[in-house]
Design a protein around this ligand. Sequence first.
Ligand code: URA
Length: 221
Amino acid sequence: MTTQTYENTLVCNYPLVEHNLSIIRDQKTTPERFRNAAKRLAYILLYEAYSNLPMKTIETQTPICTTKTQIIDPKADIIIAPILRAGLAFADVAAEILPEATIRHMGMYRNEETLKPVWYYNKTPQELKNPQNTYVYVLDPMLATGNSSIETINLFLEKGMREENLTFVNLIASPQGINNIRSRFKKIRIVTAHIDEGLNEKGYIIPGLGDAGDRLFNTFG
Ligand code: URA
């Protein structure tokens, strides 16, 4: 973790991240190659994202002797919240490396005129059982305007969880998106692979990678 020009924002600019970003930005990259590179990026970003999980010390018997080991605190409620549909690029990896988590899909699309999110599916729980010990990981590859992320973040925070225990994981962020989120939430964590230049008039990230959902699912035209 090196660059940290925005508060509570981790930019994972490692060689492997840059290499795979180069693949997914290339318009000639096929959907299959795009998915594979996005998956490799998801592993790296999620290992960083999960670094805030609370730990508990236990006694473990090895074949040789007893020793103290660390596990993720079983009392922590962990929620993975992929924003449909591009967030699915990260969801399988997020659940694979943290099988204890609950997966709560969030469905919204962007109204292309207003750039505001429109809900069609909301799987947030009615209430959090243990709000002080709940850890949420919102997944959406593109942080563009930030509007859909803000909607999702609000749904969890209004249930009483701690702001610093919510992490937003994305591949590419725009400065406008980060500032939009930060103007409302000072403490949530953002983990990203890259902060790009900005947004075009249609709300797409420049240089970005185009429409992440279309590139993942091969839905052009
Ligand atoms: N969503 C995308 O898929 N790409 C962008 O550049 C912005 C929002």
